[in-house]
Design a protein around this ligand. Sequence first.
Ligand code: PRX
Length: 652
Amino acid sequence: MSDDEEEAKIESRLEGEDIYSPSEEFKKQANVNDPGIYEYAEENYEEFWADKAERLDWYEKWDEVLNWDAPHAEWFVNGKLNVSYNCIDRHVENGEGDKTAIIWEGEPLDETVEYTFSELQDEVSKFANALKDMGVEKGDIVTFYLPMVPELAIGLLACARIGAPHSVVFGGFSPSALNERINDAESKVLVTADGYYRRGGEIEMWEKAQEGVEDTPPLEKVVCVDRLGRDEVELDGDEEVYYHDIVEDQPTECEPEKMDAEDMLFLMYTSGTTGKPKGVVHTTGGYLTGVSATHDWVFDIKDDDVYWCTADIGWITGHSYIVYGPLANGTTTVMYEGTPDHPDKDRFWQIVEKHEVSKFYTAPTAIRMFMKWGEEYPEKHDLSTLKVLGSVGEPINPKAWKWYYEHIGGGECPIVDTWWQTETGMMMITPLPGITDLKPGSATKTFPGLKADVLDEDGNSVPTNEGGYLVVKRPWPSMLRTLYNEPERYVSTYWSEYDEETYFAGDGARIDEDDYFWVVGRLDDVLNVAGHRLSTMEMESALVDHPAVAEAAVVGKPDDMKGQVPVGYVILDSNYEPSDELAEELRGHVGEIIGPIGKPHAVRFSEDLPKTRSGKIMRRILKKLEKGESAGDTSTLRNPDIVEELKEKVSE
Ligand code: PRX
């Protein structure tokens, strides 16, 4: 097949897209339903964001909306506010003190704890006072290494209250990752736990934390949350204290600190291309403006919503859309401690039914897993309270999108596929459910006022439907301000690929004939096969398009002739058995959809794939196996054992 024929094939695939328009009924009730908002925000960019900032309470108004000295931005210059006040106190003062702020659902079925905004105010104030007693001052970074317990949300808000930035290290990370992050942030205080529940068992955390705090000279105190309720951790003198002991006698008032809009709210470490994680710095005024505005419009938030984002607060999604965005909007937010399959594979749907969840936000990897488990699990529950469904973290393949739409949303809920990053702080490319016509697999358009593009290597916009590098062309309020202690790396990583006005996202994308963005994934997931650029994500999508495939990962294998060839790892649907014939059929299927160049060199069947605890497939490990290299550090995997099994398959 010639290149032209191949292109034509890809084009014809694009034409077959389905479009899902919002219903008249949904449009009518939506918070925003006038498409003119895009034009308004484009023409009045700063005013648009100033209006959004006005939704918050400020002690002092800003002098200037934006000071852009590329690539350095300051938003709401000289404005003063407090994030904890905005997420809690102002709702109490507005008469919402008895409204539920947080519904915490433990993994054990009988454990639910609810906090009203008034109760949250008390708890946050008490812990804020305890932090102060431990010597934490404005500007000191507090590290958290916790499972999904209420103390994590309370802790972040307590830090925000006293102006101490937080750094949350995901609870599934290894002790060495914790150690590195405590030292890098020079944290004086670590908040951790004895353990937590996972699939009915108890998982130990304290020992891991103990290992992590070895050789951390700045650290003075370790606070332990007694999650397992055993009260039996051996605390070492004054340096290690129980959370309940230090908050017990604290007053329930703590005056919120007046923070500058540009003061650091938190630090979040994220992996970069080098070994050292990047400390992404987010600030106070712009961040809260961005996350609250996007949460409101993208989820079409109403007063009586029960909103549930299934992410872990250890990631940016949890920071922005479990804690800060929803609480700033006075929304009831659900936190769940456990896994989707405990005690059975319907746990999520049981929670949706129990709390009458109306807005639900999860990841494509979870949706594909639900698909594999089968629709009988959601069918056991009344999901009719759901109104909007969200997706984040990776491109959602159309098959999973449609399954989500039909079996979770009952064919009635718009799906908001939101593209954003740790660095962007807020959703950037996303539908507005009362306006946007949805195309399964596309994150659709930039949030009003934002400007993004797809460029070729020379910095020119690529023609319609051609792949290139996704960039953002204008500062936005919740953008990262710098990398902690590495200001030069901030410039070189994000603002140097083209020029200092152009944010380089590191993702590949294309823009279609309707100006819809199709993000294909990280550029390091893009293969170059005989000079053709192919997205592993697209091939994965092609694989899962086959009825036999429940989940798939595609990585590049070095090839003398072609540079790289794609190899597919496949988890089969429970109705299928692995066989050479099926492997051949799947190769052919991908070849059919993508064109012969995309035909996988091999298909390897497996029961599972190496995944992080948050469910992301670690393609990096698969790539290493294909290269014949050692898998490297597998300690952050949910299932490290699978690596050995796969290694054998590769050597076969
Ligand atoms: O590759 C994109 C992918 O996730 C990356 C950001 O990862 P992280 O900083 O961990 O934040 C995840 C949660 C915001 C992006 O560079 N990504 C995220 N959302 C989408 C996505 N890719 C396609 N579609 C999305 N909706």
